[in-house]
Design a protein around this ligand. Structure first.
Ligand SMILES: O=C(O)CCC(=O)C(=O)O
Length: 284
């Protein structure tokens, strides 16, 4: 523990930083999020808290909790409605919709506290998502993109996407990689990975000469937080034994979420084709 003088007490341990529903950020972490477009926060969830999350996560992966249509898919191919044991990246969209008992869980509450420290008041949960890369799947690649390319444009685009590592996330099993500072540029042109958005939800953009992606390895219970503009993606899972499971809670400004819903945009992969086409037109 830091200094023996309480008036000069420094925050040094993860459990110090977790305070009930909140998690305390340092000024350096807030500055780093603004500069780079992302930040790594250690020990946002304790091991006991992760065990509780993992129990529900596994129920989703086993298919014990019903998820409608394309909201349970292989993110790499868009395949859905087939045996998920063959999927490279199992993607569950909107788990809090399909398992309402998760609404208001501890990770959501800590994510809210973190989003407000990074982005200010008036942030709310926009969507949540589970992304599990199967072991031994070099094809479990999440292609380079900026999240804003997937979304409608609004006036207040403050975003804090909280990405929780359910397994240690490493270069070997396909950890997140970011292009620091890329959120300061306009959104790049993106295209659907295969065909159009009805056959493949996934969008991709190209790296430019000089772009150097930074892998961010994080431990179970840690999170990264990124904004809507930073370019990111992740590589395949080369581990023969380890899943790379992530639980994502994305917060955006209340006005943006209200505008999305008004236009029928819910982040479900079952959203109407014309809603997704309208978004694509913005970033082609
Ligand atoms: O989990 C991944 O590898 C990618 C996730 C992602 O792109 C996101 O959360 O915005």
């Amino acid at each position: 523990m830091g200094s023996s003088d309480d008036s000069d007490r420094t925050v040094t341990t993860d459990s110090d930083r977790r305070r009930g529903d909140s998690y305390h950020l340092t000024p350096e972490e807030i500055a780093s999020f603004r500069r780079d477009g992302y930040v790594h926060l250690r020990g946002v969830m304790s091991e006991d808290e992760m065990t509780a999350i993992e129990a529900v996560y596994e129920r989703f992966l086993r298919g014990d909790i019903a998820v409608a249509g394309k909201d349970f898919n292989d993110m790499t191919t868009g395949e859905h409605g087939t045996d998920p044991r063959g999927y490279a990246v199992v993607n569950v969209m909107l788990p809090r919709k399909y398992y309402p008992q998760w609404q208001g869980n501890l990770f959501e509450r800590r994510a809210q506290s973190i989003a407000e420290q990074l982005c200010g008041e008036g942030m709310t949960i926009d969507f949540d998502q589970l992304l599990a890369k199967s072991p031994g799947r070099p094809d479990a690649v999440f292609h380079w993109h900026q999240d804003q390319a997937y979304w409608i444009d609004t006036d207040d685009r403050r975003t804090a996407t909280c990405w929780l590592a359910v397994d240690d996330s490493t270069i070997e099993n396909g950890c997140m990689q970011f292009l620091p500072g890329s959120h300061h540029e306009p959104v790049r042109a993106h295209r659907p990975l295969h065909g159009d958005r009805s056959s493949s939800h996934t969008l991709v953009t190209e790296l430019r000469p000089g772009d150097v992606m930074k892998p961010v390895e994080i431990s179970r219970g840690d999170i990264t937080v990124h904004n809507e503009g930073v370019l990111h993606g992740s590589g395949g899972n080369y581990s023969s034994s380890s899943y790379r499971r992530a639980y994502i809670v994305a917060l955006r400004s209340q006005s943006t979420v209200a505008e999305e819903r008004r236009r029928g945009f819910t982040h479900s992969h079952n959203d109407a084709g014309e809603v997704l086409d309208a978004v694509d037109g913005l970033h082609a």
